[in-house]
Design a protein around this ligand. Structure first.
Ligand code: DLL
Length: 437
């Protein structure tokens, strides 16, 4: 395979040069951080009064972690390091507790962010001949504008269709010969179901690739989308605190996500002890943003669980690769004392071909015990009136799940298209247990 690089020099820097570059950028970031109300006191308490107090990359460890809680506490301007007149954009994530976290960008920040997204899109093999339909939410969410700017920088024709309205999405794809789409994996599954429902023939579309991210999904889900839509699907990881998309992305080897280490310093820690863990082992990803002046964020605890591949990638890029994110430390369900990540359930059910494209995990209290119910849609080819094969399928799903997760779930089969669909990030878990128990 011939690999293409957006910025060959930066993408293939050897480790020593990459670390030297990181140190320069880290010092700049610390300089900006010292301008913010939040970090001023934080850093000074650790004896960091000037960027020159950072002498090596190891000095990063002197800086305490930053959490979502800290960011909320600093709302609205506690993390701002430049005069307000120099801000050209704000993005925000609302989260669940009400207080949003806001990230501000200067013009230079937007240019740098755009180049990381463009680099990612290019690594997946796209060129300026592509027609790119950005089927993800625009607005305060970073997915829309982040990919929009990146796509334009590559020179693709960008169709800012946004999420939702599958009928209009198909029309745009057919009218303009869309070759690449971007969406959450759950929306891509929904698009595929709708395509069949509306009788859209694959031959009328020119689709070749999709970028799928913003939420966890399993390798089986990727394979399912690839097979059903006959396209290549590339995993894309990012978070608003680190700009948005364009933090880590799969190249054409599709074997882990290159984390752009000239833009971000990654660490993987044990979420309980907060100690660094050996390369290759799973833990919480901590990121330091090296490419933003307006809102510097140091050692941010992402809560995302992942690990690094230790072997190099065939594409020649030197930036280390993350394994697929398996969940978040705050996603973990404890069911009758057993720890369970929603991704473990997805992994099992998406490998069963009779299972449809949508599912829901429900946890309730039944007396003193927790009760896990998996509601899944069945494939469109399955008749809901035929109870015998349906019961056999239900039993097969139950047994397979029990074997993998050691919990005996109740399984409910639902007709294709009957479970709620989300256009953005899917809400797969309904935990109905009283909060104080
Ligand atoms: O989801 C940014 C983004 C937009 C990424 C479009 C990729 C594509 P937030 O809304 O701040 O930002 O959510 C960030 O989403 O900490 C992960 O928990 C999760 N996440 C994002 N990408 C992936 C992925 C955007 N590829 C949070 N796999 C992160 C698993 C993902 N989880």
């Amino acid at each position: 395979m011939i690999y293409q690089y957006w910025n060959h020099k930066m993408e293939t820097l050897d480790r020593a040069d990459l670390e030297a570059y990181q140190l320069t950028q880290l010092k700049k970031t610390v300089k900006y951080a010292l301008e913010t109300p939040f970090y001023q006191s934080r850093l000074k308490a650790e004896g960091i009064r000037h960027e020159d107090d950072i002498k090596t990359l190891a000095d990063l460890r002197r800086i305490p972690f930053t959490t979502k809680h800290d960011l909320r506490g600093g709302f609205p301007y506690g993390f701002l390091s430049i005069p307000k007149e120099a801000i050209v954009r704000l993005h925000a994530s609302s989260g669940t507790t009400g207080t949003p976290t806001t990230i501000y960008f200067s013009q230079e920040d937007i240019i740098r962010w755009t180049s990381f997204v463009a680099r990612s899109i290019y690594a997946a093999g796209c060129t300026k001949s592509d027609v790119f339909q950005n089927m993800i939410t625009y607005g305060l969410f970073t997915g829309g504008l982040g990919f929009h700017y990146g796509g334009e920088a590559v020179g693709m024709m960008v169709i800012p269709s946004g999420a939702g309205n599958t009928t209009r999405q198909f029309k745009l794809m057919q009218d303009f010969g869309t070759t690449v789409v971007h969406a959450t994996p759950s929306f891509l599954l929904h698009v595929e179901s709708k395509m069949r429902e509306e009788g859209i023939s694959r031959e009328t579309l020119r689709l070749k690739r999709a970028f799928a991210g913003a939420e966890p999904y399993s390798e089986d889900t990727r394979k399912r989308i690839e097979k059903l839509l006959a396209i290549d699907v590339y995993n894309s990881y990012g978070l608003s605190e680190m700009n948005g998309p364009g933090v880590a992305f799969e190249c054409q080897c599709k074997n882990g996500l290159h984390l752009w280490e000239d833009g971000f310093i990654p660490e993987i820690i044990d979420p309980d002890t907060l100690e660094a863990i050996p390369d290759g082992e799973t833990g919480e990803l901590v990121l330091t943003c090296l490419c933003r002046e307006a809102t510097p964020i140091l050692r941010y605890r992402t809560r995302d669980l992942t690990s690094f591949y230790t072997e190099p990638c065939a594409c020649g890029r030197t930036h280390r690769r993350l394994r697929r994110i398996t969940g978040r430390t705050d996603d973990m369900l404890i069911i009758n004392g057993v720890n369970l990540f929603p991704s473990q359930i997805e992994e099992v059910i998406m490998s069963i071909k009779e299972v449809g494209n949508n599912y829901l995990i429900v946890v309730e209290k039944e007396g003193a015990m927790d009760r896990l119910t998996i509601k899944t849609e069945v494939n469109q080819d399955i008749f809901m009136d035929d109870t015998r094969p349906l019961n056999a399928l239900k039993e097969r799903i139950r047994k397979t799940l029990q074997g993998m997760i050691t919990i005996n779930p109740k399984v409910e089969l639902h007709e294709h298209g009957s479970l709620p669909v989300s256009e953005g990030k899917a809400q797969r878990v309904q935990d109905m247990r009283p909060k104080d128990v």
